[in-house]
Design a binder for this molecule. Structure first.
Ligand code: SF4
Length: 558
């Protein structure tokens, strides 16, 4: 029997099953130190729960290195149900609590850490993850945590546990910031793990390692590689010394995918690599491996890539209805690209999208574009918005630009004239080129167009308005509808914008992802109603005027 008594069955949390049991040492009556790794996830796409991967890697690596000398458990909290972490800490009484910190979870983690330290001052707290690596001492202090792991976590986390077991000081541990005696001490840098296969697979015993029960569709995070050779100024990868790509072996990938498929057929797998397709021979070798799982087990795969380097051969190999390529275009505006550290002509993006449609007609394409980007005027964004919606892609994702901690963009924020929110997700409020009001309008344009473009009737009305009155410009059609909205409906839309603009843990891309897959995120019905009502009214006016004859209405751009 597990030594963890489970709280009453409520939605929103998952602990390893009882089968994991205590270690042999614990069974012999000696209590081994307990370590709880906590991840707070978001719910996406029809309420599928995104299963975190980092905690699984940490546990499987530390278990292998330390044998049964510590008992490590992972706890995944869903739906931002962070308060339950305290409940589990009370029940299981771990000696060390570790948190994976992301943009969407760090505010809640700060709160949990403070409460844990208040109630249990002797418990140790370790922070890790991209937000921890970026914020460093700031997050360590705000959380009142004991240690913060910089960059890749497995080896560093394991060494912290080994030192704890040996009664050794954490100060001086490579890759760690330690808070002690009123000061923060940084250890020397730690090299990355060269052989990724040396990290045992968390999928080999997913119910125990990651608390994943079999059956039912799930939303997995998966890695086939680490590192990125590119230098985008908005990306945290550039801060890590991990530029040289490192790979899991083909054999390991095939085995892990087979386990996922057997455990939960029909699941969605998000491949969190920088770009799995950069190495063409490897990508060609892996295509049949993924295809087999998609065909046999109905799994759906989401990848991150830049289509600009794709060849027709690669496109044909990855042609499948269960593959979704998230193409990180970000911007086709040369002034913006220069700031982002990217450079390619718009014509190349257009050529590759068309080629992909021809060579891989089954494959879904999700094009990612930024809004509120430094270097872009409001008029230039409207042009990019119109261009993007007319591309032959399956989905569009507009990301609110964020100068993340540790990025070059954040370091250059003053010089670039960027103002941004001081709290996660650090959305840009204004730039030298676009005032705060204009950026808010860009955000509203993204939210409204998402409501209208993914439902057949509103989409037809919106396109008809744009084509009939505004020379095909969807941006101009939105501005006209928005300009005509008044009173309660307008207030509802502004509230929705506030919510997705960093006023909560929901971001504009969550809203877009959910709606594009036919799922309305909780609490968004009033906004959907207001947006659709405004479109219907504008479309009705357009039809009446059209019926009255061309002389009765004026074609103008707002
Ligand atoms: S945005 Fe993508 S391509 Fe650019 S540095 Fe980051 S991971 Fe690499």
């Amino acid at each position: 029997m597990s030594s963890v008594r489970k709280p009453g069955k409520k939605a929103g949390a998952r602990l390893p099953s009882e089968k994991s049991g205590p270690s042999p040492r614990a069974r012999a009556g000696k209590r081994v130190p307990r370590v709880l790794i906590v991840a707070i996830s978001r719910d996406l796409n029809g309420n599928q729960q995104v299963l975190p991967l980092a905690g699984g890697f940490l546990k499987s690596y530390a278990d292998k290195q330390l044998g049964g000398r510590v008992e490590i458990r992972t706890l995944s909290l869903f739906g931002f149900n962070a308060g339950r972490a305290l409940e589990f800490i009370d029940l299981w009484d771990p000696d060390i609590v570790a948190f994976s910190c992301y943009l969407w979870s760090s505010r809640r983690i700060e709160d949990i850490c403070r409460r844990v330290k208040e109630k249990y001052p002797r418990k140790r707290i370790i922070l890790g993850g991209p937000e921890a690596t970026g914020r460093k001492a700031d997050l360590l202090e705000k959380c009142g945590a004991d240690a913060l792991v910089l960059g890749e976590g497995e080896a560093t986390f394991t060494e912290l546990l080994a030192r704890y077991l040996a009664g050794r000081d954490w100060k001086g541990t490579p890759g760690v910031l330690v808070r002690s005696g009123g000061a923060v001490h940084e250890g020397p840098p730690r090299p990355e793990i060269r052989d990724l296969d040396s990290i045992p697979s968390p999928f080999s015993d997913a119910p125990v390692v990651m608390g994943i029960r079999g059956g039912g569709k799930k939303f997995y995070t998966f890695e086939t590689m680490r590192g990125c050779p590119n230098k985008c100024t908005f990306c945290v990868w550039t801060q890590l010394a991990a530029k040289k790509p490192r790979y899991f072996s083909d054999k390991r990938i095939a085995a892990d995918l087979a386990r996922i498929a057997a455990n939960s057929p029909g699941s969605c797998v998000f491949v969190a690599d920088s770009d799995m397709f950069l190495n063409h021979p490897r990508a060609l070798r892996l295509a049949p491996v993924f295809r087999k799982i998609a065909e046999k087990n109905g799994c759906y795969f989401i990848f991150q890539t830049n289509l600009n380097h794709w060849t027709p051969e690669l496109m044909r190999a990855w042609n499948h209805k269960c593959f979704d390529m998230n193409a990180g275009v970000n911007s086709v505006n040369p002034a913006v690209q220069k700031i982002l550290g990217r450079s390619y002509p718009k014509s190349l993006v257009e050529k590759k999208l068309a080629e992909m449609r021809r060579c891989a007609p089954e494959t879904k394409i999700t094009m990612q574009i930024m809004f509120a980007a430094p270097g872009e005027t409001f008029a230039a964004f409207c042009e990019a918005f119109d261009w993007a919606w007319r591309r032959p892609v399956s989905y569009l994702l507009f990301f609110h630009t964020q100068p993340l901690h540790g990025t070059l963009m954040r370091a250059r924020a003053g010089e670039l004239g960027i103002k941004y929110r001081q709290v996660p997700p650090y959305h840009i409020i204004s730039t030298r080129e676009a005032a705060a009001e204009e950026i808010k309008t860009e955000g509203l344009m993204v939210l409204f167009s998402t409501v209208w473009m993914y439902a057949p009737r509103p989409r037809a009305m919106y396109l008809a308005l744009a084509d009939g009155l505004y020379g095909g410009s969807l941006a101009a059609a939105f501005l006209a509808v928005w300009g005509g909205m008044k009173g309660a409906a307008r207030r509802t839309a502004l509230e929705a914008w506030e919510r997705f603009n960093g006023g909560s843990d929901w971001f504009p891309d969550d809203f877009q992802l959910d709606l594009s897959h036919g799922y309305a995120p909780p609490g968004t019905r009033p906004f959907l109603k207001a947006a659709n009502g405004a479109l219907l009214a504008a479309y009705g006016r357009y039809l009446r005027r059209k019926k009255a004859g061309p002389a009765a209405y004026v074609i103008s751009r707002p």
